[in-house]
Design a protein around this ligand. Sequence first.
Ligand code: ADP
Length: 491
Amino acid sequence: MSYNQLYINGQWLTPKNGQTFSSIDPSNEQEIAQVAAASVEDAELAVQAARQAFDQTDWSQQPKQRAVYLRAIAQEIRQQLDQLAEIEVRDNGKPLPEAVWDIQDAAGCFDFYADLAEQLAENQDEQIPLSDERFSSVVCKEAVGVACAIIPWNYPLLMAAWKVAPALAAGCTLILKPAEATSLTAMELGRIAEKVGLPAGVLNIVTGIGSEIGPYLTAHPEIDKVAFTGSVPIGKQIMQSAAHSVKNLSLELGGKSAFIIFADSDLDAAVEWIMFGIFWNQGQVCSATSRVLVEQAIYPELLKRLAEAAQKIKIGQGLEADVKLGPLVNAKQYQQVMNAIQQGKQDGVTLMSGGKRPAHLAQGYYVEPTIFMDVPVEHPLWTDEIFGPVVAIRAFETEQEAIQLANQSIFGLAGAVMSKDMARCQRVAGKLRAGIIWINCSQPTFTEAPWGGYKQSGIGRELGIWGLENYLEIKQITSYDSDQPWGWYNS
Ligand code: ADP
């Protein structure tokens, strides 16, 4: 399969400068594809195509038709499930069952927003009461215009779906820019769009180097909205870039989410959810519960069980049976995670388990599931997002202390609490300063529920009705219905 072209205005175009970059299989460090590296000139073509499709076609006026396309995309993704999941494993490294979840969720996301596009068609105008009866006012929702979606590499097709589906449902046209590490399934989405006959220019996909075309796109005066998921430093750059033309902006950035485990918890369940919360997707998850706070009474026993369980996790190539932990996405990420681990070791933080490349895997970006205990609250292992299979654990004595430690972070994406006492769980959930709270679990994510963070974890919410609203403007149309003169001049 070839990936050396861009999908712009319904056509496959070779980048103007003919450049490509390699996509690497992180399990063996071998090249799997050459991917088109869009130049600024190519990005400009994509913006013009999206602008034209928004301004000069009736795409934004046809919610029912949009729903039909969204459902067709969902159906096509399902039909290609096996193939897409395998591409995702080779490109990203994740274990196959997780890739299958992602692809199924991506299809589900398109179906969900098809429903919302239909609802939009039915409830377009809302009459609102005004304090002056001589006037009447109708509020309607309209597409924000041309959107630019910039996505990360941890859930390649799913992150594309989280932005493309609501943007299309809202009636936007868009430019999708996948992460350079994992561009392949985004280009497959382009092929699917073409196959289902999505009108030209509605969805444009440009692969390329973020630092080269990203600033151009995010500052572009013809783009009305930027939706970004990625790191905090790039999110800050995008905010600045988008400020030039005061763009509508939504950001889903990093996290360092806390998981509070009370002593009355079922220890087996605690071990399972702690591991899922940090080792799922190799810990490359913005909402990963990478800080774990354990009530002192069960701290030694839980740590012992956790270390035993972590050592049993099967690490290997994502297509191998029973593998739970694949390689990290690329050399850069591997190095960053290894550096963080090295720093912890150097500073004398207690390493309970893992902390190195698995002995049986000489090639590939593999890191053992790694557990640090008694991590000081000022240490980078406790404060910084590592984005790898590394968990920092410490004990607490009181509920109040646990809440205070959990909230002591520049991030506020997620949090989790485990206890048999539901009243306590609810109380703690209410006090955690984060956009997503899990009780007696960590990480399950639903298309219907809002997703996004407090503090430096971002701005706005994706998924659910909130994801659609991300791509909608609100307009009031107010009319003067009285026969009487207004009386400012003509009294
Ligand atoms: P990582 O460093 O882990 O790849 P990033 O936050 O840098 O995470 O990347 C997320 C997305 O942002 C990718 O699609 C990347 O290409 C893109 N990107 C990188 N730099 C910029 C930039 N300056 N402006 C816009 N997008 C960018």
